[in-house]
Design a protein around this ligand. Structure first.
Ligand code: FNR
Length: 345
């Protein structure tokens, strides 16, 4: 991945934030209001635990960038914000750092600026176990995200057309690493059969990263001279639909889930937690904050979100993210139609 392409991804993703649709599937999830259900905000603990991972908050900055001078500076700002607010953070794909040692620093800055934080490295499912071990080592990473981006590759002019090695690669990476491996989409969602397959491959955590926010089919189409893949815009399932499709772990067995894709507000975070996610990731909205106001803007934004997320827990009578599972939800519109078509109660 060339440096120029990394910069283009940032600019095109940011442009999407400015003309994003007013509605996405999170709007089709409503809480039934119970006026006497509330508890004391001071009793709320936002900590979350899943698959051997303990996080102080159920919010993280999801994988985005690195691999050019400019994106290295963006990573510095993201890392400073993570350090100041305590949220876990992920790098963008580190494949470029494996090929070009000059680019390692644009990722390492995320550990250097945030030595005590929870930092996730990131690679594609084309990676070998040696690649995976190397990027974890470079960052002293606490976990590795492995992204599944077949839609993006399909629309990308220079993209891969062969995804057949991915299941075997995932199993080999999980087998090799001592840190947790989080398999994620990049904004097109994970279906129940995909989650069952991931469980068979030994994957313990997955990020459903669904549609409705940053759309890499649109981004890659914009990078094509002919713009001839516009028909792919909107491909995939939202995080909301992916979480509903996942349902209970039994009988197929699925990984523990985190969620991202299209998260715009603290209410979206709480909706995803109530639908079973253990934590919720944000990319596009936080990138936009950094590009507008640097790390100070992101620190203020994340601080405000964490307080508002805690207040929503108190309003809903949940003293922890896990207790949000007891809330009453109403599903409407496209989400309801998805459930009917997939036979979900
Ligand atoms: C991404 N995303 C991403 N994901 C990944 O696993 N590796 C990567 O290198 C990147 N690169 C990247 C660059 C930029 C500029 C953005 C905005 C996003 C995808 C990201 O982690 C997430 O899955 C999607 O962006 C959906 O979340 P949002 O943006 O709707 O919150």
């Amino acid at each position: 991945m060339s440096s120029g392409r990394k910069d283009q991804h940032v600019d095109l993703a940011d442009a999407q934030q400015q003309d994003r649709p007013a509605h996405n599937d999170f709007d089709d999830v409503r809480f039934v209001h119970h006026a006497l259900a509330g508890i004391d905000r001071e009793r709320v603990s936002l900590s979350t635990a899943f698959a051997g991972i303990d996080w102080p908050v159920p919010l993280y900055v999801n994988g985005m960038t690195g691999g050019s001078a400019r994106t290295g500076e963006i990573n510095r700002s993201l890392a400073i914000a993570a350090r100041e607010t305590g949220v876990p953070i992920a790098t963008g794909s580190m494949s470029v750092a494996l090929r070009d040692p000059d680019m390692i620093g644009t990722f390492r800055v995320m550990r250097d600026e945030n030595p005590g934080g929870f930092v996730m490295a990131n690679l594609s499912a084309d990676a070998t176990p040696d690649d995976a071990a190397r990027v974890v080592d470079l960052l002293q990473a606490d976990a590795l995200q492995v992204h599944l981006n077949s839609v993006q590759e399909t629309v990308m002019p220079e993209g891969s057309r062969d995804f057949s090695a991915w299941p075997g690669n995932l199993a080999a990476i999980v087998e090799r690493l001592e840190v947790p491996v989080i398999v994620k989409e990049v904004g097109f969602g994970l279906s129940r059969p995909t989650l069952e397959r991931l469980a068979q491959l030994g994957v313990a955590v997955a990020d459903v990263s669904g549609a409705g926010g940053t759309d890499f089919a649109r981004i890659e189409n914009a990078r094509r001279a002919e713009n001839d893949y516009a028909f792919m815009t909107g491909w995939g399932q939202s995080a909301v639909c992916s979480l509903l499709d996942a349902g209970d772990a039994a009988p197929g067995g699925i990984p523990d889930l985190v969620a991202s894709g299209g998260v715009r507000t603290p209410l979206d975070v709480v909706r995803a937690l109530a639908l079973g996610a253990h934590a919720v990731g944000v990319s596009g909205v936080f990138l936009h904050a950094v590009l507008r106001g640097g790390e100070d803007a992101l620190i203020a934004r994340i601080g405000a979100w964490l307080e508002q997320i805690a207040q929503l827990h108190a309003l809903l009578g949940a003293s922890t993210p896990a207790e949000l599972a007891r809330t009453d939800l109403l599903l409407r519109g496209d989400v309801r139609e998805f459930c009917e078509l997939r036979g979900i109660d």
